[in-house]
Design a protein around this ligand. Structure first.
Ligand code: FAD
Length: 400
């Protein structure tokens, strides 16, 4: 008689956890996801899904439903913070499909979580356990026992910690230092496009780059909304109540004093501005620990300067499921997953941090220097060197 397929427990029902659940269920594994929140929640903001992420979504059947709700931005460009001089970065539509097999989408985050969750829950409607905070776990007798905060214990063959940047699973496995504020924060808003001047409603993603921050905007939901994501270097986090808070327009205008009028038009039109602290952690040398492994922000939280955190979490989920399909022993499958993913995840984090110097540079105050620097650092070759290794990866067939 064939051995029963492993029963896999997942702590954290975010984008990464639900994608892993969908990919595992698709391959016939039994999966239960434990999410601390009473209802699945995503911040009402935008997210960019590059072609490698669309490939992951497609492999769980979530690409088409999401594409209908998203926006296929035509191109991406950089603009200089004060003059507005523009350089085209890459075509996000037909050229992306030709080159990478999928387009580059800009998506409303709740739509992404919904699409990924639906892919899992249509295969096992009872897989998601809300209001179920994972509090600890232990291994014994060839099983893993997950304890919930409500006192219940659930037993399975493996535990996937996709419980985000403050991961409980990471605390109990890697025992490393908690996340730190890296001296950078972001202002976030979703703006009805009708409230913006025509020129800011175009179907393109724009990165305004400047001396102490950068401002990104792109369309969502077929162009109905514009997502604003404005990063700023600020030495100290000044909201004692937590890592996010509603902010004042006046402060946001002051933060971008001297920037192009378009940056201020976006701030003016924002119905509400949220201040959000970035958080980072040192890279890990291990993601797999016996019958437990980490996935998504739990093991590779990142500055979002390559727009890859969620995309790499989606890839993790597909590769993890492929490893369980290939290696029947759970610890072996988790080691194979770590081998296949750790270097890519850690490289993504390091290169995202390195992008800060391209996006924020005191030299951008000098127009002549700025233009020469952008011509060089944002040339087609430089862009390909930074992005092609990310976009060409095929999570559905890469070596495992
Ligand atoms: C400003 C900003 C912009 C970004 N832009 C992009 C982008 O354009 N493209 C991109 O790919 N990425 C982007 N990212 C990164 C992306 O948001 C994250 O990488 C992604 O959300 C990680 O998904 P995850 O499922 O690993 O973690 P999370 O989304 O954090 O989900 C973790 C889940 O675990 C739950 N949880 C936590 N602890 C427990 C527990 N003990 N028990 C049970 N449940 C628990 C949480 O409630 C949550 O639902 C951006 C990030 C930021 C901050």
């Amino acid at each position: 008689m064939a051995a029963a397929k492993p029963h896999i427990l997942i702590a954290g029902g975010g984008i990464g956890g639900m994608c892993a659940a969908a990919a595992l269920l698709q391959r016939g594994f039994d999966v239960d996801v434990f999410e601390q929140a009473e209802a699945q929640r995503e911040i009402g903001a935008g997210i960019q899904i590059s072609p490698n992420g669309c490939r992951a979504l497609d492999s769980i059947g979530a690409f088409e439903p999401l594409r209908k709700l998203s926006c296929r931005a035509e191109s991406k460009e950089v603009r200089l913070w004060n003059s507005g001089k523009a350089w085209k970065l890459f075509d996000l539509g037909s050229q992306a499909v030709e080159r990478y097999g999928y387009p580059y989408l800009t998506v409303y985050r709740p739509d992404l979580l919904e699409a990924v969750s639906a892919a899992a829950l249509r295969l096992k409607p009872s897989a998601l356990h809300l209001g179920s905070k994972a509090a600890g776990f232990a291994e014994s007798g060839g099983k893993v026992h997950l304890t919930l905060e409500n006192g219940a214990t659930v037993t399975g063959d493996a535990l996937i910690g996709s419980d985000g940047v403050h991961s409980m699973t990471r605390r109990l496995t890697a025992h490393d230092a908690p996340p730190v504020y890296p001296g950078m924060m972001i202002w976030r808003a979703v703006i009805p496009a009708r409230d913006l001047p025509e020129r800011l409603r175009a179907g393109m993603a724009v990165n305004w780059i400047g001396p102490n921050g950068h401002v990104v905007h792109y369309p969502l939901r077929g162009g109905e909304w514009i997502n604003l994501a404005a990063t700023l270097e600020r030495r100290e986090w000044d909201e004692p109540g937590g890592w996010m808070a509603e902010g004042a327009k006046r402060q946001c205008h002051e933060d971008y004093s001297g920037w192009h009028e378009d940056a201020h038009a976006l701030i003016d039109a924002a119905p509400k501005l949220i201040k959000w602290a970035y958080l980072t952690r040192a890279p890990l040398a291990r993601w797999a620990y016996g019958r437990a492994a980490l996935l998504g922000d739990a093991c590779h939280p990142t500055l979002p300067f390559l727009a890859q955190g969620a995309v790499i979490a989606l890839e993790d989920g597909i590769v993890l499921a492929r490893c369980f399909e290939t290696y029947s022993d759970a610890p072996e499958a988790l080691r194979a997953y770590e081998r296949a993913r750790l270097e890519r995840g850690n490289r993504m984090v390091a290169e995202s941090s390195a992008m800060a110097a391209h996006f924020h540079n005191p030299g951008y105050r000098d127009a002549g220097w700025a233009e020469a620097y952008i011509d060089r650092e944002w040339s087609a070759e430089a862009i390909a060197a930074r992005y092609d290794w990310l976009f060409t990866y095929k999570c559905d067939s890469a070596d495992i």
